[in-house]
Ligand binder design. Sequence first.
Ligand SMILES: [Zn+2]
Length: 57
Amino acid sequence: MARGCLRGCPRCGGDVFAEHDPFVGVLMSCLQCGHVLTDAEERALHAAARAASASAA
Ligand SMILES: [Zn+2]
């Protein structure tokens, strides 16, 4: 299952997808600019996704 977040990139607003790296595990990186999200950026993204689904429900 592909995990991703459309327009989740804090740098360019591009689409962020989970990528498996043999050394560090799962990375969230942007398809458009290649920016790899930091832990803090990842957490902010998850929090925003939760808030969005909560308000939609
Ligand atoms: Zn980007």
